[in-house]
Design a protein around this ligand. Structure first.
Ligand SMILES: [Zn+2]
Length: 401
């Protein structure tokens, strides 16, 4: 049976609420009149929503502004202290937690070194990070909306991973959201790291306000987060964007997935480490890697040359398949390494429509740095409070729902 979901009044109301919040988040402080103009909602609807959100302390009134004629206007902004959220990230070699306020500002950060943890290893570490974050910043605990976690790799159903052993051992079918939620006593939302990073970049970074972009997450492996036509695109089994196992070099280097010549084997941090003959666990501080890169300049340039070749092919494919406004590069790959790679990317393959004038470059570097995925993870509970379906929030503003 085909299920088609309708829209009832309550859904429409919460959708409008999200549209108001998103408009202010994207544009900065706005008056009721400006909100009504931007959202195509009636002034009365906007007034009701603003009043409700102000009571809930999600919005706050700024100082009234005098205008030439008529009544002074009151702009409304997001109240940073209206809610807090914790974002966690678990990668093969590190776990990080951030406490953010409602505006996305980071109020506390905790990082731990890990070595390919199993769920049994990771759960207490993640709980300890959450604990430390809450102790290091004093705030009203009732306003903690929840915890979002970004994990590498594939997913089965909601909050249940089906991570391949290639990424982290022992995570097959582990119900992360349920288990971590039990341990922490707050709702936990799970997202793959590339999609979480795309959310972070869309909310706080270079992709703010963009309607279609692809985020290339360069970490231990490589994955794509896709934000297309105003929506996150996850695919039928939440595995869209697993491009690390796309073959870019037929009969190339063997991959743990069983194929040969996968993108992961040329572009990821893992492939760079392999090229430099270093073990991840030797790199507990970022400056150690920078020192190694400095020492092995010519090896790194060789790696970057091979990686750039595979990247050009990937960028060409993504542009042809999805026609994004731009492709954002980012993730935990150290900036020194990412810069080497990017410096060798040009010239990219000829685009399908070379004559067309672009408002954005074909590739841009993400601005929120290596914490992008965690910021995106932290954003998950914030929006699930007003919206159980994050991607609905992302409908382009200015259009009637
Ligand atoms: Zn593979």
């Amino acid at each position: 049976m085909k299920v088609i979901s309708g829209t009832n009044l309550e859904q429409a109301k919460s959708h409008n609420r999200r549209v108001v919040i998103e408009s202010i988040r994207t544009n900065g402080p706005l008056s009721r009149a400006a909100l009504a103009r931007l959202t195509a909602l009636t002034t009365q609807t906007v007034s009701n929503i603003v009043e409700e959100l102000e009571r809930a302390e999600i919005l706050k009134a700024e100082a009234p502004q005098r205008i030439a004629r008529g009544q002074p206007i009151t702009p409304y902004s997001i109240n940073p202290d209206g809610g807090y959220s914790i974002g966690l990230e678990l990668e093969r070699d590190h776990a990080v937690g951030l406490l953010t306020d409602l505006s996305g500002s980071v109020r506390a950060r905790v990082e731990r070194v890990v070595d390919r943890p199993t769920p049994a290893d990771a759960m207490p570490i993640l709980a300890a990070i959450t604990d430390e974050l809450q102790r290091s910043f004093s705030f009203d605990r009732a306003r903690l909306l929840g915890v979002g976690i970004a994990l590498p790799g594939r997913y089965a159903t909601e909050g249940v991973t089906s991570l391949s052993p290639a990424t982290l051992p022992g995570w097959q079918n582990f119900p992360v959201a349920r288990e971590l939620g039990k341990l922490l006593g707050v709702p936990v939302l799970v997202e793959n790291d590339a999609t979480a990073a795309a959310i972070g970049e869309r909310l706080y970074g270079v992709a703010r306000g963009l309607n279609s972009f692809v985020y290339l997450f360069l970490g231990g492996g490589i994955g794509a987060g896709m934000f297309l036509d105003g929506h996150l695109y996850r695919g039928s089994r939440s595995n869209a964007g697993e491009i690390g196992h796309m073959i870019v070099a037929p009969n190339g280097l063997p991959c743990i997935c069983g194929k040969r010549g996968c993108l992961d084997r040329y572009v990821s941090l893992g492939s760079a480490y392999e090229y430099l003959n270093i073990r991840e666990i030797e790199l507990q501080a970022p400056h150690t890697l920078d020192a190694l890169i400095e020492q092995q300049r010519s090896r790194i340039d060789e790696w970057a040359g091979a990686a750039a070749e595979a990247m050009r092919q990937t960028i060409d494919f993504l542009e042809l398949a999805f026609d994004p406004q731009t492709i954002v590069l980012g993730g935990p790959m150290p900036p020194s390494l990412l810069q080497r790679l990017v410096s060798q990317l040009e010239p990219l393959h000829t685009p399908v429509n070379p004559g067309i004038e672009r408002s954005l470059p074909r590739i841009v570097i993400g601005t929120t740095g290596r914490d992008t995925a965690i910021l995106g993870a932290a954003a998950l509970p914030i929006f699930s409070q007003t919206n159980p379906q994050f991607d609905v929030l992302q409908k382009p503003i200015g259009k009637k729902p």
